[in-house]
Design a protein around this ligand. Structure first.
Ligand SMILES: [Zn+2]
Ligand SMILES: [Zn+2]
Length: 362
């Protein structure tokens, strides 16, 4: 029987969100209902509220979550009621041209629940990234549930569902950072700091954090930055070269996603180095003008990283285990724990850069 729970809804462009009664249908074939324990507040949630993703209001926000599977529909074998899971927005199909080529992290046809969650009026909701987890329970495709070690705290594990995975994956999966490498990360919010934590985990020996906010540079040190550069005071390209023997870094991650930061990343890498764009540009931005000979002459690669090129079934359990072994300090990303009624104030704190992550705990 359908259940009624509380959840956070964005009704229209730019308007404050509100807590509403959400109707959750029983899981159909291939679906699962998950009782949410914790869900981080991500920039993408604010983006939905601002109408920056699409116009399919009303949205059920929240997508960076962990919880317990409550019930599963017909044919679901990968998870069972009682399993502790992180929700993902890359439930791979196994059938598309990327999956068939053995590159499922690029899957072009990821799964979401088929049925709709609704308001009490019957109006259908669009769940953020096909999840909708600022809610006591949510309905997802069973493939969106990734089982991990239940010894991890939900408020920490859930962060791997989006921003932290995006950052770690940008460094390790997309950038291919490994033992002895140098990396620079431009923009040290949640995603940038996760890239730093990932680089440290992978054995990078020079990890340069770049930001304009001294508080963020301090946080970056806590995740493993060996050098910090205040871009408000120093030219980051020069500073990165200086920290790498005059050459530039093997990998530069742009976690801001603006033409000027991407240009800095381009010129701050070593010959044959890699630029990874993980910060999300706005549609009005265009690539900076760079002489074409520079693209050719410097070699290397210019990449974009979507969700850290992660494969949830491969990456989430491993990263949770590394965290439990004390090798990945995910708890440092949790700046505060809040309730469902506090989302608007969490958006403000995020916008001001006062927090790495506010996490709703249910
Ligand atoms: Zn696929
Ligand atoms: Zn997100």
């Amino acid at each position: 029987m359908a259940q009624e729970v509380r959840g956070v809804v964005a009704h229209s462009k730019g308007k404050p969100v509100s807590v509403e009664t959400i109707v959750i249908p029983d899981p159909g074939p291939g679906e699962a209902v998950v009782q949410i324990q914790a869900c981080g507040v991500c920039h993408t949630d604010l983006h939905y509220r601002e109408g920056g993703i699409n116009d399919e209001f009303p949205f059920l926000l929240g997508h960076e979550a962990a919880g317990i599977v409550e019930s599963v529909g017909e044919g679901v074998t990968e998870v069972a009621p009682g399993d502790f899971v992180i929700l993902n927005w890359r439930a791979v199909c196994g059938q598309c041209r990327a999956c068939r080529k053995g590159k499922p992290w690029y899957c072009f046809n990821t799964h979401n629940a088929t049925q709709k969650m609704t308001l009490k009026s019957g109006q259908e909701l669009s769940p953020a990234l096909g999840i909708g987890a600022f809610c006591e329970k949510t309905l997802v495709a069973a493939g969106q549930c990734t089982k991990v070690n239940p010894a991890a705290k939900p408020q920490v594990a859930g962060l791997l569902g989006c921003g932290v995975m995006a950052g770690i994956g940008a460094a390790i999966n997309t950038g291919g950072v490994g033992r002895g490498d140098s990396i620079a990360v431009i923009g040290c919010g949640g995603v940038g700091d996760a890239a730093i934590a990932g680089a440290e985990l992978a054995g990078a020996t020079t990890i340069i954090a770049v930001d304009r906010d001294p508080r963020k540079l301090e946080w970056a040190k806590g995740f493993g930055a060996t050098h910090t550069v205040n871009a408000a005071e120093t030219d980051p390209v020069e500073a990165i070269k200086e920290a790498t023997g005059g050459f530039g870094a093997d990998v530069v991650v742009d976690a801001v996603g603006r033409p000027e930061t991407w240009k800095q990343a381009f010129f701050a890498r070593d010959l044959a180095g890699t630029v990874v764009l993980v910060g999300v540009p706005t549609p009005d931005m265009t690539a900076p003008e760079i002489p074409m000979i520079e693209y050719f002459g410097r070699g290397g690669s210019l990449k974009s990283s979507w969700y850290g090129d992660c494969l949830p079934s491969r990456d989430f359990p491993a990263l949770v285990d590394l965290h439990l072994q004390g090798r990945l300090p995910l708890e440092k990303f949790v700046s505060e724990e809040i309730g469902l009624d506090d989302i608007e104030s969490a958006f403000e704190k995020m916008h001001r850069g006062d927090v790495l992550r506010s996490v709703v705990v249910l």
